[in-house]
Design a protein around this ligand. Structure first.
Ligand SMILES: Cc1ncc(C[n+]2csc(CCOP(=O)(O)OP(=O)(O)O)c2C)c(N)n1
Ligand SMILES: [Mg+2]
Length: 412
């Protein structure tokens, strides 16, 4: 377990979890008033995962949220009005009403990549972000989340393996909330701990109680520091529970009532509040002040969102397909001279060569064989002719063995 948290950190975690819940409660009301366009997903009971993990990131770091990570967006600095307007498809929303839910990003200021899919595609994308940061000389960490269901997709495995081989400064938070839509985790994965999946790729992994916000933060902080120091990616399995259905349309009658009750009793906000009161880090007066602050903020943010217009019809066809620079400019912010990070200066000599197999020339200088099977015979003939005493030059071995990352055992 990492360093103890300061009082302010404990209070900030509490504030963001409560803000996360209040933002979603407000949206449930808006949904029932038919003001939300599209689906509405809930992270009720999972707030400690979004808040605790994102809280471990620095301002310069990057994240990409999933549908249940509004808490992470709030911690990163997204104003609640943007979340409301995005769900209401308003003109002042980050996508100007073109997309819904959490499908928006902010590449310039907050370093948020817009989610593409719930089911794993963000893993290779955020690995790429982490690698790009390294090439550019930034010491950043990239983070994204994946569900228990999403961890069974091909791209999860391809992406994690890619991150591992590239030693990308990347943290993947696996939110095991025990359900993927109506499928219980036990019916789709034959292992107890999903963190074990990391071992297949030589990736460090941690398991944490996803309903204990301080533990989630400490674990995430350690993972982020390890990734930043160049130790490669880290996977954190946060054990938690999806207390609502998959989305508002799903009453989740397939969830056993006992299971629901068990997890309701372990509500992350009530649990952290109890701890704060017991440790005298918060009193009833302080609690009321936080409530009042959140209520006042959300009243203002909701009103702004409700008063924002829908996009004018003429704009419907604009900004749908990228038309290049007149649509948007994405330019790398080079921190090192461009020549230093592009070939030929950045080129690395190949260390893995196949003798006699190349661009028209064998490694001994002769013509390359057409088939691998030809190599020995062909090379021998060439070398015998080339060598004055007829001695065979020693065969070159692969000079570099593949690096075997040592998988450390999960610490928690
Ligand atoms: C290719 C594809 N198939 C199905 C879906 C619908 N879908 C979205 S999320 C999801 C379940 C995800 O479960 P899990 O990964 O455990 O995340 P959770 O919802 O529990 O947070 C499904 C079936 C989708 N978005 N894309
Ligand atoms: Mg799930």
């Amino acid at each position: 377990m990492g360093k103890a948290l300061t009082r302010q950190q404990h209070l900030d975690l509490y504030y963001y979890m409560r803000l996360n819940r209040a933002v979603e409660d407000t949206m449930v009301k808006l949904f029932r008033q038919n003001k939300i366009v599209g689906g509405l997903y809930s992270s009720l009971g999972q707030e400690a995962v979004s808040v605790g993990t994102a809280f471990a990131l620095e301002k310069k770091d990057w994240l990409a949220p999933m549908i249940r990570n509004i808490g992470a967006l709030l911690v990163k600095g997204v104003p609640p009005r943007d979340v409301f307007m995005q769900h209401m498809a308003k003109y002042d929303s980050p996508t100007k009403g073109k997309d819904g839910t959490s499908h928006f990003g902010d590449l310039d200021n907050l370093h948020i990549v817009s989610p593409i899919s719930m089911l794993g595609d963000l893993i290779p994308v955020m690995t790429g972000v982490a690698m790009a940061g390294r090439y550019l000389g930034h010491k950043i960490v990239a983070m994204t989340w994946i569900g228990d269901g999403g961890s069974s997709t091909g791209v999860f495995h391809e992406g994690l393996n890619f991150a591992a081989t590239q030693k990308a400064p990347f943290v993947l938070v696996l939110e095991n909330n025990l359900w993927a839509y109506s499928t219980p985790v036990k019916r789709q994965v034959p292992v107890e701990n999903l963190a074990d999946r990391a071992k297949a790729y030589g990736v460090e992994s941690f398991i944490v109680d996803g309903n204990d916000v301080a533990a989630v933060y400490q674990t995430a902080k350690e993972a982020v520091e390890m990734a930043r120091e160049g130790e490669g990616p880290v996977l954190i399995e946060a054990k938690t529970f999806r207390r609502m259905g998959h989305a508002q349309h799903d009453p989740a009658e397939y969830v056993p009532p006992d299971m629901k009750k068990y997890w309701e009793e372990r509500d992350p906000i009530a649990r952290h509040e109890k701890f704060l009161l017991k440790e005298k880090l918060l009193d009833e007066k302080g609690k009321k002040e936080i409530e009042a602050k959140i209520n006042a903020l959300l009243e203002k943010e909701r009103e702004f969102a409700e008063n924002s217009p829908f996009p004018p019809a003429e704009l419907a066809e604009q900004g749908v397909y990228c038309t290049g620079d007149d649509c948007h400019k994405i330019r790398a912010k080079w921190e090192r001279p461009v020549s230093e990070v592009t070939p030929p200066k950045s080129s690395v000599p190949a260390v893995w060569t196949v003798e006699g197999f190349g661009a028209g020339k064998g490694s001994g200088g002769g013509s390359a064989p057409i088939h691998f099977g030809d190599t020995v015979k062909h090379e021998r003939k060439e070398e015998a002719a080339a060598s004055p005493n007829g001695a065979k030059a020693p065969a070159k071995k692969n000079s570099k063995k593949p690096a075997v990352a040592t998988a450390r055992k999960g610490k928690r």
